[in-house]
Structures are given as structure tokens and as C-alpha cells.
Ligand binder design. Structure first.
Ligand code: CMC
Length: 368
């Protein structure tokens, strides 16, 4: 990432090139193997993922144990953690095939776990993976289909979601990736590390912002109220912040936001969606981009501002938004975990600056 230039590259390839010309499968392969796949490698990788997309039936009891309307992020985190019990391998990092198996399993199974988390949380019948469909298409199928009922998935919907997954695939030391690496530095099971990363992703300052964006647009309610909420965002006595604006590293613009804005426009147009919430989003974006408060602090819409819009256009339930981010981020988490382990990184152990009382005398209980 070059935050000042607003640049993002995966292993030397510009994100705009990848998003335009490649698929999430290519990007996952690139992050894991350092090179883009050729045709044969692509087909094999895709097939390997398909073969591993089912999960152990014993895991159904885990989904079943959650209460109705449980947040899918809670279910996802628990289920990914449980994967380490169902697929407990003592990894030998000197053996590439062991690492490969671990990585393929979790990339293949996470969309299935994510879709099952959603179906269980809404009391909907479970739809098993369909091996005739591609990676992203199969995920949408598991989310939307009903037993014995044909589901109509439009290529533009699959492409939009695939693009969002690609844009999320890796992003240097963000909070969740740092978490994965820190937990990994203790030599914990890799799936336990990913589960920890999912926990870090959940908060609104990180991946939870995409859910926050739509909740906030609903709260704003109409284009007429936008000015009122902009004023709240600028008021230092009000904790209100515009969700989907600002970034710790990008101080010019978020290159992912540019790409995803176009994908959002395309999808809204192609699906003929006319939802007032998108008018509010467009107006909010325009007003904020012209406002001195936002301009002087380099606060631009980030990737989560538009990803929420795409997810909503695809009919995703709000609580699934951060789960979708997790599916996209997975290849990055695994590649970073591998780099950390193979590099022999020592245990993550920051020191602290203690600012409390210095050494002091003990006072007996009856004298306190
Ligand atoms: N709305 C209003 N004011 C803001 C916002 C916002 N969204 N973001 C930052 N500011 C102000 C902040 O109050 C501060 O003002 P001042 O200098 O007067 O005190 C200034 O801008 C700098 O903010 P900061 O909190 O020091 O910036 P940061 O780099 O620590 O925070 C951030 C980055 C993303 C947490 C923050 O911009 C934010 O809370 N944004 C809203 C939540 C969001 O969209 N999160 C997704 C981030 S991108 C995807 C991801 O990482 O998952």
C-alpha cells in the first residue's frame, strides 16, 4: 500500500488490473503461491477447492446449538475455531503439501460455513455446495436457493461479489491480519488464528463498518436529513462518525473505493434497483466530499462505504456483510500466517508503558 499515492498492489500487480481482468480464484492463488496461475494451475486450484467445499456433518450440531437470529459473525467465528478440532493436523511447515492442504481446506470451506451460518440464523433449510458452480457463484447459490427450486443468479451479481472478494483479499497489517499473525506467533493451530482474526474484523472501526454504513443510511432516513447528520459528524461533542469514511493508511483516496463504486453503480443499474437508501448514499458522499471538515482531514469514502451498497443490492442480510468481508480476506490472512511462520518470527509480545502508581507500601485491610 502507498497510502499517500492511493495505491494498492498484490505481489506487484495493481489492484485495478486484477479487479478488471482476474477472478478471486486467481487472486487467492497469487497470494498463496506468489504467482498468478496458468490455465492448468487455475483449473486444478478451482477443482481442489470444490472437492473440499463440504464440511464434516458433525459440525451441524455446532450450528444447531446457536439461538435463533444469532449474529452470523458469532457463528462463523465459532465454526472456524471448531474446524481446528475436526481437522486437527500438526502442521510441519517444512512440508509444503501440509500447508497447502490446510490452506485449501479453509478457503474451500469458509463460504459453506458462512452460508450455513446465515441459513441457521434465519431458520432456513441448508443448501449444500453445488459442484457444478464456480466459487463465488456457488456461495450465492447456497445463500439464496431453496431445495428443489431453481435460483436465478445473474452473471453481473456473481461478478460484483467476486470483485468485492478480490478487493478485500489482503491489506497489509490491518487489525485482523495483525491479530492472525500475533496468535500465529504462539504456534497456535492456524484455524484458531483465523478465528481470532474474524473476531478482530467484527468491530465497526474495521470490517463491521460495511454493516454500519447501511444501518446509518437507514437511520438518516431521507436525503433532507443528510445535512443534519453531516453536522453531527463534525461536532466534537457528538461521538457520531460517518461510517465508511476515513482510513488509517489512505490519506488521498482508497483505490479500492474507486473500483467498487463503479461495480456498485453497474450492479444497481443492471438490476434496475430503485431504493431510496442509495439516493441518500450518493447525496451523503457528494456533500461530504465538498465539505471542508472532511477535505481538510483527508476523509474519503473507503471500501466499506460501497461494499455495503453492493451487498444490499445483492439482497444480502445486513448481518452477513462482515462475514462476506471475512471470505474475501481469508487468502491474505493465510498467506501472511505462512510468511510469519516460515520466516521464524518470534512470539508477538509488545511491552507496555505503565503510567500508574510507582512501588508503594502495603496498607492493611482495616486501614484502607
Ligand atoms: N467521521 C467523522 N470524522 C472522522 C471520521 C469519520 N468517519 N473519521 C475520522 N474522523 C476525524 C476524527 O474525528 C479526527 O478529527 P480531529 O483531527 O479533529 O480530532 C480526524 O478525522 C482523524 O481521525 P482518527 O480517528 O485519528 O483517524 P484514524 O486513522 O485513527 O481512524 C478510522 C481511521 C477508519 C477508524 C476512522 O476514519 C473511522 O472511524 N471511520 C469510520 C469507520 C469506518 O469506516 N471504518 C472502516 C475503515 S476501512 C476498512 C477496514 O479497515 O476494515
Amino acid at each position: 500500500i502507498d497510502g499517500l499515492k492511493g495505491e494498492l498492489m498484490y505481489r506487484g500487480y495493481d489492484i485495478a488490473y486484477l479487479a478488471e481482468n482476474k477472478t478471486f480464484i486467481d487472486v487467492a492463488y497469487l497470494l498463496l503461491n506468489k504467482e498468478l496461475p496458468n490455465k492448468k494451475q487455475y483449473d486444478e486450484f478451482k477443482l481442489e477447492l470444490k472437492k473440499r467445499s463440504f464440511i464434516h456433518e458433525g459440525m451441524m450440531k455446532i450450528f444447531d446449538a446457536f439461538p435463533d437470529k444469532a449474529h452470523p459473525m458469532a457463528i462463523l467465528q465459532a465454526a472456524v475455531s471448531a474446524l481446528s478440532a475436526f481437522y486437527f493436523d500438526h502442521l510441519n511447515m517444512d512440508k509444503p503439501e501440509e500447508y497447502h492442504e490446510m490452506a485449501m481446506r479453509i478457503i474451500a470451506k469458509i463460504p459453506t460455513i458462512a452460508a450455513f451460518s446465515y441459513r441457521f440464523s434465519r431458520g432456513l433449510p441448508i443448501i449444500y455446495p453445488n459442484l457444478d458452480r464456480g466459487f463465488t457463484e456457488n456461495f450465492l447459490y447456497m445463500m439464496r436457493s431453496y431445495p428443489y427450486e431453481h435460483v436465478n443468479l445473474r452473471p453481473i451479481e456473481v461478478k460484483a461479489l467476486d470483485t468485492v472478494f478480490m478487493l478485500h483479499a489482503d491489506h497489509e497489517q490491518n487489525a485482523s491480519t495483525t491479530t492472525v499473525r500475533t496468535v500465529g506467533s504462539t504456534h497456535a493451530h492456524p484455524y484458531a488464528c483465523i478465528a481470532a482474526g474474524i473476531g478482530a474484523l467484527w468491530g465497526w472501526a474495521h470490517g463491521g463498518a460495511n454493516e454500519g454504513v447501511i444501518r446509518q443510511l437507514e437511520q438518516i432516513g431521507s436525503v433532507e436529513n443528510v445535512d443534519k447528520y453531516i453536522a453531527r459528524a463534525k461536532d466534537k461533542n457528538d461521538p457520531f462518525r460517518l461510517m465508511g469514511f476515513g482510513h488509517r493508511v489512505y490519506k488521498n483516496f482508497d483505490p479500492r473505493a474507486k473500483i467498487i463504486k463503479k461495480a456498485a453503480d453497474d450492479v444497481l443499474h443492471a438490476l434496475g434497483i430503485d431504493d431510496p437508501i442509495f439516493d441518500i448514499a450518493k447525496h451523503l458522499e457528494k456533500v461530504a466530499l465538498e465539505d471542508d471538515y472532511f477535505k481538510s482531514r483527508n476523509l474519503y469514502p473507503n471500501v466499506d462505504f460501497y461494499s455495503g451498497i453492493i451487498y444490499k443490492a445483492l439482497g444480502m442480510h445486513l448481518e452477513m456483510f462482515t462475514v462476506l468481508f471475512a471470505i474475501g480476506r481469508l487468502p491474505g490472512w493465510i498467506a501472511q500466517w505462512k510468511e510469519m511462520r516460515q520466516g521464524g518470527e518470534p512470539i508477538g509480545r509488545p511491552r507496555q508503558i505503565y503510567t500508574g502508581a510507582k512501588e508503594r507500601a502495603f496498607v492493611a485491610l482495616d486501614k484502607r
